[in-house]
Design a protein around this ligand. Structure first.
Ligand code: NDP
Length: 290
């Protein structure tokens, strides 16, 4: 009943999953993709393949974009810039917060509304309300289309700055990539010493499971700028990282990853934070904003 029709442009793994989710919930779906053959399965499932970007934009008010990045978005929208007038462009492509702000201005100049999205799910999580997508930008447009967007994943509106959804996405990906690759790195060292992933797994998981407790402990101290070294000290961190780097090198493994952390600890110590907590590394990181 009253399911809004949607246009989905960009049929990579993510856009395809999104178009399927809308179809499954009974929405009429129009699709367009640079490589038209990627729409075959969706057409078989009931979607309509638009013959042009112009047509894809003109049939529905709500237009979901899922492209590699914003360059790809412009490459598509600039094929029919007049056709974006009056549209709500929900841009679920990843890029930087600045590019999201520019895109919101681009859309406004062309008479459209831009909602930025940051998708915190792999394609397999699309259609699951436990997955989450950050939104930011035009709040009234978000409210008006919230129920339709909820078909894709849980919705989390972060604020009216169009950059915010991508900011949250990028800072979480900063955490995700360095965290996940630290696992791959540790396993490389483990392998060098004959410890297979299956054997190391429960230990890796147990350490990772302790991290949320550390986040909760340090978050209020970070907000308060309280770097008291009562439970950990930068000097201790330097010694610990030094042992890790030696162990990694002795295994013949690249030590750049823990070496970068050791370097940050050393810079904190050199800046006078030797007896402060590891939270004082924020002072070192802030200085690198050049
Ligand atoms: P892909 O890069 O596989 O697909 C993106 C789409 O962009 C394709 O439809 C592709 O068209 C199109 N495209 C790329 N360049 C151009 C161009 N110059 N002109 C026209 N079309 C172009 O990405 P995904 O589907 O995997 O992801 C989409 C977005 O979602 C990305 O921004 C990604 O960061 C984000 N995301 C993806 C996740 C994932 O696990 N896949 C997880 C979370 C976010 P064509 O088919 O013709 O090549």
């Amino acid at each position: 009943l009253n399911k809004r029709p949607v246009t989905v442009i960009g049929l990579g793994p993510m856009g395809k999953a999104m178009a399927h989710a809308f179809l499954k919930q009974g929405h009429a779906v129009t699709v367009w993709n640079r490589t038209a053959s990627k729409a075959d399965e969706l057409v078989a499932a009931g979607a309509v393949l638009a013959p042009s970007v112009e047509r894809a934009l003109s049939v529905n008010e709500l237009v979901v974009l899922s492209m590699t990045d914003y360059d790809a978005v412009y490459a598509v929208l600039e094929q029919a810039p007049h056709a974006v007038r009056g549209r709500v462009i929900v841009n679920l492509s990843s890029d930087t917060p600045e590019r999201a702000r520019e895109a919101a201005e681009w859309a406004a100049r062309h008479g459209a509304v831009h909602l930025t999205g940051g998708v915190m799910s792999p394609p397999s999580g699309i259609g699951n309300p436990e997955s989450s997508i950050f939104y930011s930008g035009h709040q009234a447009a978000f409210e008006a289309h919230r129920d339709t967007l909820a078909v894709l994943a849980g919705t989390d509106f972060r604020g009216t700055d169009p950059g915010l959804a991508q900011l949250y996405y990028q800072i979480l990906m900063d955490l995700f990539w360095t965290g996940l690759i630290s696992y791959v790195h540790a396993q490389t060292v483990a392998d060098a010493y004959g410890i297979p992933a299956a054997e190391f797994l429960p230990y890796a998981q147990s350490t990772a499971n302790q991290l949320p407790g550390f986040f909760s402990f340090y978050a209020p101290r970070l907000d308060a700028g309280d770097h008291t070294g009562d439970v950990d000290r930068v000097g201790m961190g330097v010694a610990s990282l030094d042992h890790i780097v030696h162990t990694v090198r002795a295994a013949g493994v690249d030590s750049a990853l823990p070496g970068a952390v050791l370097d940050a600890f050393r810079r904190a110590a050199a800046a006078g934070h030797e007896n402060s907590s590891l939270t004082s590394l924020v002072e070192v990181f802030k200085k690198g904003a050049a």
